[in-house]
Design a binder for this molecule. Structure first.
Ligand code: SF4
Length: 333
């Protein structure tokens, strides 16, 4: 029996290289070995975008097309829409009695996100909703309603998984052993830095290359990427380790990386030429993904069918799990 693995993505925009190298590459490896549930987390996206539902709806299809384009196979992966599984919302309510407000406020991932909101939006960042504060509870419901045994997470997400385990332990101690404690599969990939050198790549930071970016967009972004600012003239030696162009060469042009490094250090390469080479390598990297995507753009009915079939399979699993939960809680009237 294959183990259940669950992961989710918020449909708030297209996938960028940060998603690809930081998570999706792992999904590609895992799809053969696990019973893979991939949640398009529209309800969770609404915690930040409750006043912009059109954006979330549009991106459910957009992000699904991105995921199919990179090579995830709908025969191996159940793509499902979170809001179409009401059992998740039901379980979230049951779990909300098992976690204190103080514990949620102490959750390091939640604390970080609140701090980021304050940085981006000033005082508005203090208007944290009940829904936002409670999203780790909703995530615990996401995981356990599918009996998620393995969860691929980056180290920044570990506190959310620990919160889920705590809820599971509390549930089992009160209502009897019903739920499995999920384990993490730590991502072997790393977080991708932005073109500006920021530790995180993101839409709000304006430092991302998207999988759908055309040549012109990629060129503009790479031409503005941060390099070694101490290099003034073309033949000045420089330090590639502080240069974001070199950083991206490592991701998409690894076969030439030694040449780029040595020539940069010796002052045998100019930054403009170096950026042009990166543009070419990046375009070659994105091309097959964009060609795959084009097929789904021309056949939206296929994308909708994939989401329908995945959601039906996920709902069946969630219904079975909820029967057990309600029996344990003595609300199986
Ligand atoms: Fe960066 Fe290339 Fe310029 Fe070196 S030559 S600083 S690696 S852009």
């Amino acid at each position: 029996m294959k183990k259940n693995i669950l992961t989710g993505l918020r449909p708030t925009g297209n996938l960028h290289l940060g998603h690809y190298f930081g998570a999706c590459q792992n999904y590609l490896k895992m799809q053969d070995d696990y019973n893979f549930y991939l949640e398009i987390a529209d309800v969770q996206a609404l915690t930040d975008n409750f006043n912009n539902p059109e954006k979330v709806r549009k991106n459910v299809v957009e992000i699904t097309m991105d995921l199919l384009a990179i090579g995830l196979d709908p025969k191996k992966v159940h793509f499902f829409i979170q809001s179409r599984i009401p059992e998740i919302a039901e379980l979230t309510v049951f779990y909300s009695n098992l976690v204190t407000v103080a514990r949620l406020q102490r959750n390091p991932t939640v604390k970080n996100e609140i701090a980021q909101k304050k940085e981006l939006f000033g005082n508005q960042g203090e208007s944290i909703t009940y829904g936002f504060l409670g999203y780790p509870v909703s995530q615990a419901a996401d995981i356990t309603v599918f009996n998620g045994e393995l969860i691929p997470v980056g180290d920044d997400q570990l506190p959310l998984l620990e919160q889920c385990r705590e809820i599971v332990r509390k549930f089992n101690s009160i209502y009897g052993k019903t739920l499995n404690e999920p384990e993490q599969v730590l991502s072997t990939t790393t977080r991708v830095k932005g073109l500006d050198g920021n530790e995180k790549m993101g839409k709000s930071l304006g430092n991302a290359i998207y999988l759908i970016d055309d040549v012109e967009t990629v060129s503009k972004k790479i031409m503005n990427a941060v390099t070694d600012t101490s290099k003034i003239k073309k033949d000045d030696p420089a330090n590639p380790d502080v240069c974001m162009v070199y950083y991206y060469h490592k991701l998409v042009n690894s076969k030439n990386i030694d040449t780029v490094c040595q020539e940069c250090k010796k002052g045998h390469r100019g930054c403009v030429q170096c950026k042009r080479e990166l543009i070419e390598a990046m375009t070659n990297f994105l091309k097959p993904i964009q060609e795959n995507r084009k097929y789904y753009e021309e056949h939206p009915e296929i994308v909708h069918n994939i989401l329908n079939e995945g959601t039906n399979a996920a709902k069946k699993t969630a219904e079975e799990q909820m029967k057990k939960v309600k029996q344990a809680m003595k609300i199986d009237y």
